[in-house]
Design a protein. Structure first.
Length: 363
């Protein structure tokens, strides 16, 4: 067993840059089929990409990798939750409000439940809705699971860390039992608390534990990356033909874990460098993910009305939409997300300092 110091994981960052393209391509394929009856790369017959499951595994991986040295330190809990909060909620709230404004101007973008009071409350809080409908910003369904897992992970900061580990282990075993059908309770909270997505988060944690405690042969690591990469198209085909008895989420979750384990292992042993553009896109991944579907809805409607498809055809129209989605996501990251986070951090820092400034007496 060995333990290595924390270092920047370039290949992991590279994967953060690539996965948004996968998610965008699949959503774009569905939109192109709906608007123009064009099947982009044959993806329209596949329900989802599984890219979100990669982000689930990556979230678990990064949380353990970053905070592993602070486990059991209660004083770190507040900092962890604060950093998670400003990472997710401010930008999400802003884009949700913007989408609601668009719905007010053009109700055609609505599917019917976005302005219900229950949906609004659960959407803004990012908690599971009793109706199990998607949040106002539909891609935020994944954030509901992510936020829940943040709270589960936060148990590891409690000083009685062994008790926390027992609680998480029991929760994981129950999740496995519910996922395999050994247990069943027909209630939306049970389905949420013991959802199989939790196992993907935990798989990410396991991968981070492995690369920080064990040295894996680089050739084996590369083999894991290849197997995981091949796993995605295999599971896509399996979603249509059902030749392997595994669910889509578990299949893509397992493939994601193998890729992350392989990439992380290589990163820990080799000094890698990726082009700056991929480093930037990796940092912008959250903004791209949150904004791309919203942008795609608006752009598709505009392109349809302008008859752009008639001039460019399916392939070029798709590439234009992909480029515009990516560009909008990057603009959101540079001009909204980053300044917003910096502003909040600066405000909190100045407020904290003001509490410790000596009170000046006036004579």
């Amino acid at each position: 067993m060995y333990t290595m110091e924390r270092k920047k994981l370039e290949l992991i960052q590279f994967s953060r840059a690539l996965v948004p393209f996968l998610v965008m391509l699949f959503h774009l394929s569905g939109t192109m089929m709906a608007y123009f009856d064009y099947n982009l790369l044959g993806f329209s017959f596949i329900p989802i990409s599984g890219g979100v499951n990669y982000f689930f595994a990556l979230s678990g991986f990064m949380m353990y990798y970053i905070y592993r040295g602070r486990i059991g330190q209660m004083h770190q809990l507040k900092s962890f939750l604060f950093n998670r909060f400003i990472r997710v909620y401010p930008l999400y709230w802003l884009l949700t409000c913007l989408f609601l404004f668009v719905l007010f101007l053009n109700p055609d973008f609505s599917v019917g439940h976005e302005t219900d009071i229950d949906t609004l409350i659960t959407s803004f809080l990012l908690i599971q809705s009793p109706t199990e409908l998607e949040p106002v910003l539909n891609v935020a369904w994944s954030l509901v699971h992510t936020v829940f897992f943040y709270f589960v992970f936060s148990l590891l900061f409690f000083s009685k860390v062994n008790i926390s580990r027992v609680i998480i282990t029991i929760w994981a075993l129950l999740t496995i039992a519910f996922s395999l059908g050994y247990l069943y309770i027909d209630h939306y909270l049970i389905r949420f608390f013991f959802n199989q997505y939790n196992l993907i988060f935990l798989a990410g944690i396991f991968c981070a534990y492995c690369i920080t405690h064990f040295k894996m042969n680089v050739k084996v690591s590369i083999l894991l990356i290849i197997i995981g990469g091949m796993g995605f198209p295999v599971i896509w085909l399996n979603s249509i033909h059902s030749f392997i008895p595994i669910s889509f989420d578990m299949g893509t979750g397992l493939a994601s874990a193998l890729i992350i384990l392989g990439l992380g292992s290589v990163d820990m042993q080799k000094d890698m460098n990726i082009p700056r553009i991929f480093n930037y896109i990796g940092n912008a991944a959250f903004s791209i993910y949150l904004s791309h579907n919203f942008a795609l809805d608006l752009l598709s409607e505009l392109i349809s009305q302008l008859s752009v498809y008639d001039y460019l055809g399916g392939w070029l129209t798709s590439m234009v939409l992909l480029f515009l989605m990516l560009s909008i996501g990057c603009l959101v990251h540079s001009f909204i997300e980053k300044p917003l986070v910096q502003l909040i951090k600066k405000g909190i820092f100045e407020k904290r300092n003001s509490l410790f400034d000596p009170v000046k007496k006036t004579v």
